[in-house]
Design a protein around this ligand. Structure first.
Ligand code: NAP
Ligand code: ZN
Ligand code: ZN
Length: 352
């Protein structure tokens, strides 16, 4: 076992603090990774505060991991020490169920998420990327191009794939009018991908001050969602709307903007339910409300390769790990441009 330092929450209402724990010795199929950068996802806040009701403490969050391979097991051939790699929201799955067979491991009933999930090696809850190193099964390690800034790649491992996957699933492309709701970590990647796929992109935001940034990121239009007149101008005109908002709100305002057969896809997962949507809004134009969860490993690698080819990364604010609690407070005020990334060089390493 190797001693590792990280930051953990010990209860749902206490700040994250320094924490020491152990990573397992390698088995033949494992990869050991020194973590360089880890993004801060709003899901980390939901889980640290037990807003989804399934939190196990102590909790070391973090599932937007970029690092460098330091050691590989005897059966690992696809990675070698020195490689730049990524780890996202999952570290294992059953491999045999229909979802795993279809490369959709995120839907596997036995998927092991990167933290706050049952670790079969220790029998306890596993620990994520706000830490110095991690040991991951080779099939859940991703190749990261050295052409891209590793810090700005980290958020692609969750915010990137969570927006890329539904845009692909609903075949967003040239000629489509696409809405992105909320300009945070997910939303800013949604704009970049929808723009790269050739769609006409409209950002819906509650924060008028984000208009210029949204246009720089690739939005063709920006709508202030609190203004009913501005919303009204877009009635029944969208092919697809991707909603990333992390708080409950009235979905009817968005279903009304869909064309016949259009889809509102939800990826935000608030702690309280949205008000029940109007069925009339759906049936009179055969509209759909759908959901989407991150993406499988194959698609995540495809997304990373697409980003390397098109020079797409996140817009980030790098912080030392000692500022993680302040970063959470700022995210809750929608004050982040547009993803915080922890530089793990700031972490005190264990004394050998
Ligand atoms: P984030 O960076 O905090 O961004 C959320 C954005 O939503 C904010 O920047 C804000 O944008 C908008 N917003 C926040 N509160 C709002 C409110 N009360 N009313 C209207 N708009 C509000 O969060 P994130 O990391 O992108 O995550 C967003 C959500 O997705 C979270 O619930 C997270 O757990 C979930 N998530 C889901 C998946 C999945 O696989 N489905 C994966 C990752 C994350 P404006 O200022 O522009 O309005
Ligand atoms: Zn996430
Ligand atoms: Zn499975």
């Amino acid at each position: 076992m190797q001693k590792t330092n990280g930051y953990a929450a010990h209860t749902h209402d206490s700040p994250l603090v320094p924490f020491s724990f152990e990573r397992r010795d390698l088995i033949p199929t494992d990869v050991r990774i020194e973590i360089l950068f880890c993004g801060i996802c709003h899901s980390d806040i939901h889980q640290v505060r037990n807003e989804w009701g399934n939190s196990v403490f102590p909790m070391v969050p973090g599932h937007e991991i970029v690092g460098r391979v330091t050691e590989v097991g005897s059966e690992v051939t696809a990675f070698k020490p020195g490689d730049t790699v990524g780890v996202g929201c999952m570290v294992d799955s059953c491999r045999v169920c229909p979802d795993c067979q279809d490369n959709l491991e995120q839907f596997c009933d036995n998927a092991v998420f990167t933290y706050n999930s049952l670790d079969k090696y220790t029998g306890g809850s596993n620990y994520g990327g706000y830490s110095g190193q991690i040991v991951v099964n080779r099939d859940f390690v991703l190749h990261v191009s050295d052409k891209l800034d590793p810090a700005a790649v980290a958020p692609l491992l969750c915010a990137g794939i969570t927006t890329y996957s539904p845009l692909k699933q609903w075949k967003v492309g040239k000629g489509d009018k696409v809405g992105i709701v909320g300009l945070g970590g997910l939303g800013h990647m949604g704009i970049k991908f929808a723009h790269a796929f050739g769609a006409h992109v409209v950002l819906f935001t509650t924060t008028p001050g984000k208009t210029e940034d949204a246009k720089r990121l690739g939005a063709d239009e920006v709508v202030i969602s609190k203004d009913p007149d501005e919303m009204q101008r877009h009635l029944a005109s969208f092919d697809f709307i991707l909603n990333t908002v992390a708080a409950p709100h009235n979905l009817d305002n968005y279903t009304a903007l869909l064309k016949r057969d259009g889809t509102l896809c939800l990826v935000g997962l608030p702690d309280q339910p949205h008000p029940s949507p109007s069925i009339g809004n759906l049936i009179f134009k055969r509209r759909s409300i759908a959901g989407s969860l991150i993406g499988g490993l194959k698609e995540t690698q495809e997304m990373l390769d697409f980003c390397a080819e098109h020079a797409i990364t996140s817009d980030i604010e790098i912080i030392p790990i000692q500022q993680v609690n302040e970063a959470y407070e700022r995210m809750l005020k929608s004050d982040v441009k547009y993803r915080f990334v922890i530089d793990l060089a700031s972490l005190e390493r264990p004394v050998e």
